[in-house]
Design a binder for this molecule. Structure first.
Ligand SMILES: NC(=O)c1ccc[n+]([C@@H]2O[C@H](COP(=O)([O-])OP(=O)(O)OC[C@H]3O[C@@H](n4cnc5c(N)ncnc54)[C@H](O)[C@@H]3O)[C@@H](O)[C@H]2O)c1
Length: 356
């Protein structure tokens, strides 16, 4: 089968990541890069083209697919230009800054008959896949809460990420990933309502903290929390905290770190609470927070998952040749944008918002 020839617009942080991933990827030939700032192209690897402009890249007959990997406020125009140039398109997340933008982009792709999908490789993050494997296994019984959180320690946010007009802020940045993962955890399950707090703790324009509660129609409350400014006195090691917590009536899963460590803690029998009587535990007569009866708590390892970001492009290659569907559907990215609108509305009004 012919290699898919991909060229990339934007050689910043993520452009470099794509260069590493795609320079020698089965089924893909990376052709080259364009960037509005020519200095960004100075370290493009050997054998790859450095286009003088986006137009030159879009007009190159040797390019089948264009990846749009620049500032969020550039996605709409460049996707539309690429569609009009009859190129298939992979756009970085967040696909667009608004639903109206996404509608225009999708219409341009439909009109030109080009393939259009979005880079949501974090659907293959091992921590997410581990939490999902636990959820899917049913081992925790009736799940009532799933928490998905990420905390940075020193408030770092750089460059265009601190400007609203460029699509900055953490909701557009990590929020999109965390919400997409939460929706993908339980595909097809509707969200009844959303309550959110979104703040600028140390930034002037953009959000750098959010807590989002989603009430799903299957009874699960999903919680997504991100803070960039959880100060830590740690001197070495990692500079963030990443956690999943999944709670059910038969067990609890702790999934910590991007390459997760953690455990499943289960009980051999559901605790029988007795009305009008005190429960005698090894800590004496107690109510809510005493230890469980001896021998009833079982600790189990987390399931092993074998996933990585390369799986995104493996799916892309197969889907491009019609062997399966693209993993990321535009309607799924539209649902995340709608959810982010509800999040912003709730944060503004201080009230929960009915969703689906
Ligand atoms: N999927 C992920 O995990 C992930 C991770 C990081 C960033 N991203 C996304 O990738 C995109 C880029 O983010 P980044 O962190 O690499 O930013 P960046 O600032 O490091 O890089 C952006 C590059 O785009 C160039 N650029 C801007 N406007 C342009 C235009 N009109 N034409 C050509 N080039 C232009 C800039 O000069 C810069 O080199 C964003 O949409 C971001 O959300 C995705």
């Amino acid at each position: 089968m012919k290699d898919i020839r991909i060229a990339i617009i934007g050689h910043g942080f993520m452009g470099h990541e794509h260069e590493k991933m795609l320079s020698d990827f089965p089924g893909i030939r990376l052709v080259g890069f364009s960037d509005i700032d020519p200095t960004q192209l100075e370290d493009v690897g050997p054998g790859l083209k450095r286009y003088a402009s986006n137009e030159e890249l879009l007009n190159d007959p040797e390019v089948d697919v264009v990846m749009v990997v620049c500032n969020n406020n550039q996605h709409r125009d460049i996707v539309i230009q690429a569609a009009n140039a009859k190129k298939d398109i992979i756009c970085e997340k967040p696909v667009a800054m608004s639903l109206a933008e996404l509608d225009e982009m999708e219409e341009a792709c439909r009109k030109n008959g080009v393939k259009f999908t979005v880079h949501h490789q974090r659907r293959f993050d091992p921590d997410f896949r581990t939490a999902k494997a636990v959820y899917d296994s049913g081992t925790l019984g009736d799940v009532y809460t799933i928490k998905n959180s990420l905390y940075g320690f020193n408030g770092n946010m750089h460059d265009w990420h601190v400007f609203i007009s460029e699509g900055g802020g953490m909701l557009y940045d990590w929020g999109v990933h965390l919400l997409d993962q939460m929706l993908w955890m339980m595909p097809g399950v509707k969200i009844k309502s959303v309550f959110a707090d979104v703040r600028s703790v140390i930034n002037f324009e953009v959000d750098d903290y959010f807590k989002i509660l989603m009430r799903f129609e299957n009874g699960v409350t999903g919680e997504v929390e991100l803070g960039t400014y959880y100060l830590s006195d740690r001197k070495e090691g990692k500079w963030f905290e990443r956690h999943w917590f999944v709670g059910g009536n038969k067990g609890t899963a702790y999934v910590d770190g991007f390459h997760p460590e953690g455990k499943i803690v289960r009980t051999s029998h559901l605790l029988q609470n007795v009305g009008n009587k005190r429960t005698m535990t090894s800590a004496g007569p107690t109510r809510s927070f005493g230890p469980a009866p001896e021998g009833t708590i079982l600790t189990e390892p987390l399931p092993e998952v074998h996933t990585g970001h390369e799986n995104y492009f493996e799916n892309y290659v197969r889907a491009y040749h019609g062997e399966e569907e693209f993993l990321v559907k535009i309607d799924e990215t539209r649902r995340v944008l709608r959810l982010m609108d509800a999040v912003r509305e709730s944060a503004k009004t201080g009230r929960s918002v009915d969703f689906e």
